[in-house]
Design a binder for this molecule. Sequence first.
Ligand SMILES: Cc1ncc(COP(=O)(O)O)c(C=O)c1O
Length: 369
Amino acid sequence: MYKVQLRSEIAKLKAYTPGLSIDEIRQKYGLTQVIKMASNENPLGTSPYVQEVICRHAGDAFRYPRSGNPRLVQALASKYQVSAKNIVIGNGSDEVIDLLLRTLTTPNQDAIACFDPCFALYPIQAQIAGLTIKSCPLNPDFSFNFAGLLELIDAKTKIVFLTTPDNPSGFCPPRDDLLNFILKVSSYPHCLVVIDEAYMDFCPHEEDASLLFKQPLPDNVAIMRTFSKSYGLAGLRIGYAIVPEAVADIFWRARLPFSLNILAEEAALAALEDEPFHEETLQIVQVGREMIAADLNKLGCQVFPSVANFLMFTLPKNYAADDCFQYLLSQGIIIRRLTSYNLPEHLRVTIGNAHENEAFIKAMANFLA
Ligand SMILES: Cc1ncc(COP(=O)(O)O)c(C=O)c1O
């Protein structure tokens, strides 16, 4: 009889917990209308122009995509004014994270460092890659303890993951603090600092906060971005990173040849062209973020400062986060519980469109009444 034999670290693996889906909640509560504010998706949906381009290219689905996605690589190189040799593209940032881990480290020998809590996929994929995970607690206000993180790094640490703005808090460190940290890490010549900027374009002062606007980049840095959030393409899975040339070279050799599908590549190219949609998304998120933060504060919640497209908050005394989460579900509103981040008293809400934001605040007011 067949029996699975697992490496011990795989046997202990806990799967990534995604936000609940609209269909699940519709069925469970017998609702017709469900609002999802759980996975930091785009409040405007998919750009109509991108939809048109996808339809136009539907007939190409029988073809393999061109290996290496040279058109998208070139478009991103032009956007950020870097060499095409520094761009890598994956099936979502998730694939970029996974491939960096698997190509730059040796199992059962190397380590990664990150903050705790952090985006769950870094430690999960590191565990699968057979790595030691060293984590430094965030400060109580969710700002970054760079000195503590630095202390964890040694010759075996091959990747440090940082998220700016951070998930789930929305905190964004001053760029000079980040640069200072990167400089200190450079005394370990085999350690790459991966800065995950999945939410950076929602930051009102992106040009002062992002490393991408401070060229030339330090040579021990990779910066990841995604089309899943502000470009509204989470379902098509497109992520990318600006990395040192030697890292790009090994990445492309190791990546499955066609992991970015032909429609996703066309959609990403079209999304880069549709600047008005991107701008409108950023505008709607900024207005919604200010409105929700002010209203939650008025209701007695503690809202953590965020420059991303979500807000993390806690409830007034004597209210439990789980009760609030369940109440919102019963009203057809899905937000995010943060138990998988070890934050059972915290909740995270994605900024929606004006109608969704109002429905969320109304339900919160009812719950707290
Ligand atoms: C910090 C962070 N990085 C990466 C991702 C994943 O992005 P993608 O959809 O491109 O895989 C997410 C998704 O929620 C995220 O929060």
